[in-house]
Design a binder for this molecule. Structure first.
Ligand code: AMP
Ligand code: ZN
Length: 112
């Protein structure tokens, strides 16, 4: 299967790694929309949030367990935003589940 984020998680395509363990990988977004803009992905290929289920949701929980540690390691202490784009209407451009961790500026709501 030809998947950009699977290749990044395996180190086949270079990225700026922020965090890694046996289940997840986090790296800087190539086109940052905030001073801190990290993508957190499961190493296992999950296409999108529609495919989260009882069998694979432990890795999603693991991502959220690690978000505070990743945020603090980047000096984020004034708040952050987590974004998941699921599907074309939401603007998902890479079809491998990922969470954007964004921080370092004031965000608006609702998001555009
Ligand atoms: P989304 O639009 O929610 O699917 O997010 C995909 C994100 O991946 C975008 O913010 C892109 O800037 C980012 N991106 C695409 N290619 C790369 C890459 N090679 N390394 C790091 N980030 C990337
Ligand atoms: Zn993948």
């Amino acid at each position: 299967m030809d998947c950009l984020f699977c290749a990044i998680a395996k180190g086949e395509i270079p990225s700026t790694k922020v965090y890694e363990d046996d289940k997840i990988f986090a790296f800087n977004d190539i086109d940052p929309q905030a001073p801190v803009h990290v993508l957190i992905i499961p190493k296992e290929h999950i296409k999108w949030a529609y495919d989260i289920n009882e069998e694979n949701s432990a890795v999603v929980a693991h991502i959220f367990e690690k978000i505070p540690e990743i945020a603090r390691s980047l000096g984020v202490n004034e708040g952050f935003r987590i974004v998941n784009n699921c599907g074309d209407q939401a603007g998902q451009s890479v079809k491998h589940l990922h969470y954007h961790l964004m921080a370092g500026r004031q965000f608006t709501w609702p998001a555009g």
